[in-house]
Design a protein around this ligand. Structure first.
Ligand SMILES: [Zn+2]
Length: 126
């Protein structure tokens, strides 16, 4: 009789632990599902924004960008920041900087090292 009670007690304890683990699993699943939904919404939003921007880029430049992006691990253009290409993190030498300075504002300039399109800003160091 005593053994039966001990077994029932152990069974109740284990059943309770299973319930607790199941509750944690359910909560984690709900958090995962919510995070996935958030990521899906963000992905859709970013894709729409990208589509709008891509639509305003000349076709030949977009084609070049897509080609570079594929070759360069997903990054086809990089900011020129303080004389460095943020794609390969190499500082442009003086000749390269002078070439970029001399280029027309709307000219497509590329990094001599990684060949990515360089995006010039007021912080490019030109
Ligand atoms: Zn580069």
């Amino acid at each position: 009789m005593e053994r039966r009670e001990a077994i029932q007690e152990r069974l109740a304890e284990l059943t309770e632990r299973v319930s607790a683990v199941q509750a944690k699993t359910d909560a984690a699943t709900a958090r995962r599902d919510a995070a996935e939904a958030e990521l899906d919404a963000e992905e859709a939003s970013v894709a729409k924004e990208r589509e709008l921007i891509a639509g305003s880029v000349p076709a030949d430049l977009l084609k070049l960008y897509e080609k570079l992006r594929e070759q360069q691990g997903g990054v086809g253009a990089a900011r020129l920041y303080q004389r460095k290409c943020e794609g390969c993190h190499i500082e442009l030498n003086i000749t390269e900087l002078n070439d970029v300075r001399a280029a027309a504002r709307d000219a497509v300039v590329r990094c001599e090292n990684c060949r990515r399109i360089l995006v010039r800003t007021s912080e490019s160091g030109l």
